[in-house]
Ligand binder design. Structure first.
Ligand code: SF4
Length: 480
């Protein structure tokens, strides 16, 4: 979600006339889009700001802006600790960034603007999409849950749902630009519809995506097990362009820990969803997030997490050691677990998950899959002379291209010949290459000047004047 917010910030600035600084060029404006979910976000922010201070002193007129969750949390504290910052904006007013930069420049003083709630759905903002073939599409922002480890509700507010017509219009516009794959985004994506009173809205949205011509792959992240109704499983299984992959955060396998986390499902409910998904889509890859060492977690609780990992057979898992987030209920709970114990459990979990991932991947060898060729997914592609992409179940595949080199966005059909725990390899001859509109779009981007930010497809929430926005993370977070 934060990556997508950064795309919006880039789009906004490009629409306001800014251009991306080239490699090695001194930027006139630096925007830090912060996250408060991961540990040490504030240390990283103030460390980065410390590095920027002498750069700014040597570059008169340079402006520094800080946005995102940490800005929402720290508000005016940022300019007190780093008075060389020009603009601070929060999670609810991304759209104000160009105006705030302008005002700070004009008044020669810092502008801090933090709103308490969202004014305009951020998808109404221009967006500078990073990829020509795959795109994020927000269906909702905020979350109505109150998981005790999570800072998201405090910083992103209550769930706001976008109208289905607005979402579909955005998807159609993206497809018209060449995009083949969309990932529907929401903090609690399958609760979509709760704001307008339709608990089946998410399944209907998936089916509606199935009707869009030219849209080949639909994914979503992240669903909450509590809201995972059977109609969503049916919609996934019966809609050909909805991919057989599911990322569903577990967090803990222990009912007691789940209760203290204020996660309203229990182990049995979670495993029941996994069984139903596997029965409807035997080829589905299921991934998860797990937190180790939540306050009060006993050895027995942790064994329950291992039990679910063995039963659910996740193809991969994002694993996190619990760490306190100031402002969350869990930060003040009794029973904080010593680091040594958390570390030991964490290593056991990783070892088990590696075994499961590897054996699940080995079972893929011999299968023939269609890989959507990606850009920047294979760090060793240069050395190995392979290209990389994603199979329908979202597994990473490195393959040896044939005589004709596919472009990012093209589709190749390959046989999987080797499995490692975190990726698959195909060294067999490519069985088919389909050059796609997405590949054409990628090629056009390489040839031409940078693609202008696409104006948002109208819509979203009713606008109350100035557009407003949200913040950012880069890697996976232990939240939904
Ligand atoms: S962990 Fe997910 S469901 Fe829980 S409060 Fe945070 S965003 Fe909401």
């Amino acid at each position: 979600m934060n990556v997508h917010d950064s795309e919006r910030l880039s789009g906004l600035l490009e629409s306001a006339g800014y251009a991306r600084a080239g490699a090695g060029e001194e930027a006139d404006v630096v925007v830090l889009n912060t996250c408060a979910v991961r540990e040490n976000a504030d240390n990283k922010l103030y460390g980065n700001l410390g590095h920027l201070a002498p750069r700014k002193a040597a570059h008169p007129g340079m402006q520094i802006a800080v946005g995102g969750c940490l800005a929402q949390k720290d508000k005016g504290e940022i300019v007190r600790r780093a008075p060389w910052v020009d603009v601070v904006f929060g999670t609810h007013n991304l759209g104000s960034l160009p105006a705030l930069l302008e005002r700070a420049r004009h008044n020669a003083e810092a502008e801090v603007e933090i709103l308490d709630s969202l004014e305009v759905f951020p998808s109404t903002l221009p967006t500078r999409r990073e990829s020509a073939y795959a795109a994020w599409v927000s269906v909702s922002v905020g979350c109505n849950n109150t998981c005790t480890f999570c800072i998201v509700p405090a910083l992103r507010g209550k769930e706001k749902d976008r109208r289905p017509g607005d979402i579909l219009a955005e998807v159609e516009a993206l497809v018209a630009e060449g995009v083949l794959e969309v990932t529907l985004l929401g903090q609690n994506v399958n609760a979509y519809g709760s704001e307008f009173g339709d608990r089946y809205a998410f399944g209907k949205l998936l089916r509606a995506c199935g009707e869009i011509d030219g849209l080949e792959r639909v994914r979503f992240t992240s669903p909450h097990p509590r809201d995972f109704t059977d109609d969503v499983i049916a919609a996934m299984a019966e809609t050909p362009n909805v991919m057989p992959s599911l990322h569903m955060p577990l967090q803990s396998g222990s009912d007691d820990v789940l209760r203290r986390m204020r996660r309203s499902y229990r182990q049995e409910r979670y495993l029941d969803i996994v069984r139903k998904v596997r029965s409807a889509m035997p080829e589905a890859a299921i991934t998860t997030d797990i937190i180790v060492g939540f306050p009060g977690e006993t050895d027995e609780d942790f064994e329950q997490t291992l039990h679910v990992v063995r039963e659910a057979r996740f193809s991969s898992a994002f694993t996190f050691q619990y760490s306190k987030r100031p402002g969350t209920p869990a930060a003040d709970m009794d029973g904080q677990i010593p680091k040594r114990v958390v570390q030991e459990r964490y290593e056991r979990l990783i070892a088990l998950q590696e075994d499961v991932s590897w054996s699940e991947n080995k079972a893929q060898v011999g299968r023939v899959v269609d890989v959507l060729v990606a850009e920047g997914e294979g760090r060793k592609d240069g050395e190995t002379r392979r290209l990389s992409g994603r199979a329908p179940d979202n597994r990473l595949v490195h393959f040896a291209p044939g005589d004709e080199t596919p472009r990012p966005g093209d589709l190749v059909r390959v046989e999987l010949t080797y499995a490692a725990p975190h990726h698959l390899v195909s060294d067999a001859p490519v069985r088919g290459l389909r050059r796609t509109r997405a590949g054409d779009a990628w090629e056009a981007r390489q040839a031409g000047p940078s693609v202008p930010a696409s104006r948002s497809v109208g819509l979203g929430m009713p606008s109350l004047g100035v557009p407003a926005p949200l913040p950012a993370v880069t890697s996976a977070c232990a939240v939904d």
